[in-house]
Design a protein around this ligand. Structure first.
Ligand code: ATP
Length: 237
């Protein structure tokens, strides 16, 4: 069942068109990947969906609420905040409880479940500033989950992590597959291949192609996703 429907969305920043007539649909429980090189418009799209910025034209629906009902949409969507949202002097547990209070929630069982699912048990009494990059990213995802969103937005969740930390995070993200809807942006083709059910490839504000990895390979007549990506972004399709 469809949970997000984006219709002809455009976003202009002064003279720059960051999104140009972008349309896509995402199904409930799907792990959906937005792939593109720098400046493609991935972050802008996530910001629009979560109400952090307004669209210039077009419309979108989330669970049948239109973009004119952002207050309702904000109850359904949450975004894993950047590290700057984490209070570095507080412990992992204190950060999580602080966010829980912000959302007027006090479900301890859920809090424990999130700590377990994100593999944060061993570090829950540690101050955030003492965590490694991988654990800080896990905390940031945990903070995004605290409001019990139906849809979680992950903007380049593994950027800057080493190979091992990245793999661990993939395993964690995979655990949520089918349980909540996740939209993930990435530059990394192998990450999108490893995690996502469906993907769209964006370039310079345009959504060039949408489908499963296999469908995209088939449409481009390529056996490797990387070759397919190069063909699409290079304009050969
Ligand atoms: P990256 O992978 O580098 O994060 P992205 O695909 O997420 O790229 P966006 O951050 O959405 O791309 O940016 C799309 C375009 O809009 C870029 O050209 C960017 O410079 C521009 N842009 C983004 N935010 C603003 C802003 N607040 N003011 C002006 N231009 C902006």
């Amino acid at each position: 069942m469809e949970i997000i429907n984006v219709k002809n969305v455009c976003k202009d920043y002064k003279n720059l068109r960051a999104l140009n007539n972008v349309s896509l649909t995402i199904n409930e429980g799907e792990l959906y990947g937005l792939l593109g090189v720098n400046g493609a418009g991935k972050t802008t799209l996530l910001k629009i969906l979560s109400g952090l910025t307004n669209l210039t034209s077009g419309e979108f629906y989330v669970s049948n609420y239109s973009n004119k009902e952002m207050d309702e949409i904000k109850k359904i969507i949450d975004i894993s905040p950047q590290e700057s949202a984490v209070a570095m002097n507080l412990t992992v547990l204190e950060n999580l409880k602080f966010f829980q209070e912000l959302y007027n929630q006090n479900d301890n069982e859920y809090l424990e479940q999130i700590i377990n699912d994100l593999g944060l048990s061993e570090v829950k009494k540690q101050r955030a500033k003492t965590l490694s990059g991988g654990y800080q990213r896990r905390l940031s995802i945990a903070l995004g989950l605290i409001s019990k969103p139906k849809i979680l937005l992950l903007d380049e969740p593994t950027l800057g992590l080493d190979v091992l930390a990245r793999r661990e995070l993939w395993n964690i993200i995979n655990k949520f597959k089918g349980k909540i809807t996740i939209i993930l942006t990435s530059h990394y083709l192998e990450e999108i291949e490893a995690l996502c059910d469906r993907v769209s490839i964006m370039s310079k504000g345009n959504l060039l192609i949408e489908g499963t990895i296999d469908e995209i390979k088939e449409k481009t007549n390529e056996t490797s996703f990387e070759e397919a990506f190069v063909k699409i972004v290079g304009g050969a399709i």
